[in-house]
Design a protein around this ligand. Sequence first.
Ligand SMILES: Nc1ncnc2c1ncn2[C@@H]1O[C@H](COP(=O)(O)OP(=O)(O)OP(=O)(O)O)[C@@H](O)[C@H]1O
Ligand SMILES: [Mg+2]
Length: 413
Amino acid sequence: MAGDSPERDPGKRLLVLGAGPAQLGLLAAARARELHVIAVDRDPSAPGFRYADRRAIVSTEDESGIERLASAERVEGLIAPGIDWPVAIAARVAERLSLPHAISSETAALSTSKLRQRERFAEAGVPQPRFEICSGPEEATAAAERIGFPCVIKAPDRQGQRGLTLVRSADEVAEAVRVALDAARTATLLVEEHVPGLEVTVNAFSSGGHFHPLTVTDRLTAPLPAFGVALTHAWPSELEPAQIGAVVEAAAAAAAAVGITEGPSYTQVLVGPDGPRVGELAARLGGGHDAELCRVALGVDLNGAALTAALGEELPPAKLAPVARMGGACVRFVVAPRGELREVAGIEDAFAQEGIRGIRIYRRPGHRFEDFRRGADRAGAILAVGDTRAEALERAAKAEAMIRFETDVEALV
Ligand SMILES: Nc1ncnc2c1ncn2[C@@H]1O[C@H](COP(=O)(O)OP(=O)(O)OP(=O)(O)O)[C@@H](O)[C@H]1O
Ligand SMILES: [Mg+2]
């Protein structure tokens, strides 16, 4: 979305897990760096494949398939830049093949389980929502009564709002438990206190054990029923400087608790009446073009830094030095009407507008948009900058209004 990386590493062989919307920025940066990229995705139409030298139609969850591929392709590094579960696979495969890797498999396991993370945060005193671990509806009902309503019920090992429900009263518990257990990989679920208030994301990079906080963005979410789905990441945050300080401290403590000393981290922090609560930490780049936002806002190339770490190369400290480039920036996700996509119009006009730095459309004609419920239902994103945050937001909204998704809505019978 935001220009080429100036680094070159011609021919170095990198395996990238995922070629979907969340990996587009890193894949584009890898191409600009002239790496030899083998991209893995089970979806042959994944948009990121266009940046890859080799496309492997393999699931990003197929650990043995990925290990075989990494060996056969003699890769020098692996990275799962934008989705959670493969972060742990990449770390384990790197360990088995003695490849350099930013994080250990233990850190990766903690980072990809909301449940193990909660336990570790509790041990380490990282502020977080109150939670209980349950296995079925009776336990969950009792836990929800103790925690109070509204509460949140979620699958411990999924992302993208799969298995996630805001539960407003006791009669909604059973359905939320069913949804969570359906999505979960094991027969457990989390019941959490719902933390009201603002929510921010801390995009950071650790190097030599030092946590470098970069963009802190406000996560503006969709109305119900699309609970928790980000519609905009806006920078700078509207929190007071002291609150931002506390948020960054919480994110740094979370990263330390799971053992991140190298590489990117993405920490969601809920800012309630009692201060920051860590919602979740991921040992990767943000999946919502957060690295591209960071680049236009602060001039720090997080995609490049993540590539450097994945190849086991040293990162010069100057690469992480932020310089405010803009007064404001945002990523605004776009939503298409339900139905089968025929055509997307107006992108060039939208892109020509002042302050629009990138537009990504995630789907091709033929894709069927369902009702808008989760992150995966989003149709694309716009990266905009401005002298102020408000101006960036305004520009993104104006560009969005120029993009038209033409869909064939199925006749109701
Ligand atoms: N305990 C909570 N209190 C308040 N809001 C919450 C809570 N848990 C989840 N949410 C809301 O739902 C969103 C997604 O939650 P969470 O990260 O746990 O699920 P996810 O499936 O991993 O989603 P994502 O892939 O977007 O991170 C949060 O960013 C937040 O907006
Ligand atoms: Mg999450």
